[in-house]
Design a protein around this ligand. Structure first.
Ligand SMILES: C[S@@+](CC[C@H](N)C(=O)[O-])C[C@H]1O[C@@H](n2cnc3c(N)ncnc32)[C@H](O)[C@@H]1O
Length: 319
């Protein structure tokens, strides 16, 4: 669920097209918001691939997380087994959270909101392929300028999306309104991007990944993204009660999931594109070698990859 192109996802995209939208499938509804990746866009296809692979590689962790939500919702969401659970997925991307929640709660349906029509289209394709199209509704909407779909929802999920918002407080205030009393909001955010590589790669200058992370963090800061926020405080500020909080530490060791090489390849391809104008020529050449799928130094051939990352999770209830 990483998005390592901070400088391409800046804010400043309030377009003045306010207002509600009829819920439902709203494709072809371009927002000109800077989030509308066209399906033809090579960068977009790498991003969707990366989000899909992220879900595949980290499936176990996501499963553990939804299991925890199920336990918590037994007490507060009053929907044992998820019967008739109405879920809202904010910034749903290609549906990592949507599908994990549908699997966890067999009676649930999910309204998946994303600013990108192409993301929504991809999510719909996947829903059809998984045989759950009747349990998913996509809404193409820019959360910074458009109202949330009407509730009440039992569960609101936002994974790696809140930091994109220009006005997170405004969106969280709306979340409170669309949650039913006792309903839960789950916020998942990354503490930086995953680490995949050893410090000394055997090619280029040691410390490449560290330099990439530093440059990306600066780019996200410059773009005004809300990284490393205390989302617990934000949730409380919106009038919700934080009922649980945890850090999910992910440190995958061999045997790595089969999709790991492709996940690292897609992730580094995005890093390469985002940092084109930032890294020096030697680091760019090293990234080229690493992202050459057929090359001798390409990540698909390396046996020293890892996936090491942390996700912070807050669960808040509407009292
Ligand atoms: C890093 S992806 C996370 C996707 C998904 N939640 C996951 O965990 O894989 C962030 C998503 O938020 C969406 N997004 C960013 N800003 C948005 C906004 N203002 N309104 C709606 N969606 C937005 C992007 O289009 C993207 O699909």
């Amino acid at each position: 669920m990483d998005d390592n192109n901070a400088h391409q996802h800046g804010h400043g995209h309030r377009q003045g097209h306010q207002g509600g939208h009829a819920p439902g499938h709203q494709h072809g509804h371009q927002h000109g918001s800077g989030h509308g990746h066209g399906p033809q866009d090579a960068d977009f296809s790498v991003l969707t691939e990366m989000l899909d692979l992220d879900a595949e590689v980290l499936h176990e962790h996501l499963d553990e997380l939804t299991g925890w939500i199920e336990e918590l919702s037994g007490g507060t969401a009053e929907k044992p087994g998820g019967r008739d659970l109405r879920v809202l997925d904010l910034g749903s991307g290609t549906g990592a959270g949507t599908f994990a929640l549908l699997q966890r709660f067999p009676g649930a349906d999910v309204t998946a909101v994303d600013a990108s029509p192409a993301m929504a289209a991809r999510l719909e394709e996947k829903a059809a392929a998984l045989g759950v199209a009747d349990r998913v509704r996509t809404v193409v909407a820019d959360l910074d300028t458009e109202a949330l779909p009407a509730g009440p929802f039992d569960l609101v999920w936002a994974s790696a999306s809140l930091h994109h918002l220009a006005d997170p407080a405004g969106v969280l205030a709306q979340v409170r309104e669309v949650l039913r009393p006792g309903g839960l909001m789950v916020a998942v955010e990354l503490e930086g991007f995953p680490r995949f590589l050893p410090d000394d790669l055997g090619i280029g200058r040691p410390g490449l990944e560290e330099r990439c992370h530093t440059a990306q963090a600066e780019g996200r800061k410059a773009a005004g993204m809300h990284m490393s926020e205390d989302w617990g405080a934000r949730l409380r500020g919106a009038g919700l009660d934080v009922v649980a909080e945890r850090v999910v530490a992910i440190d995958l060791a061999a045997p790595l999931p089969a999709a790991t090489g492709r996940y690292v390849l897609a992730s580094l391809t995005r890093v390469r594109s985002a940092l084109e104008d930032v890294l020096d020529a030697q680091d760019l050449a090293t990234l080229d070698a690493l992202t050459d799928a057929d090359g001798p130094h390409g990540v698909l051939r390396r046996d020293d990859l890892t996936v090491c990352t942390e996700r912070n999770v807050w669960v808040a209830a509407r009292g």
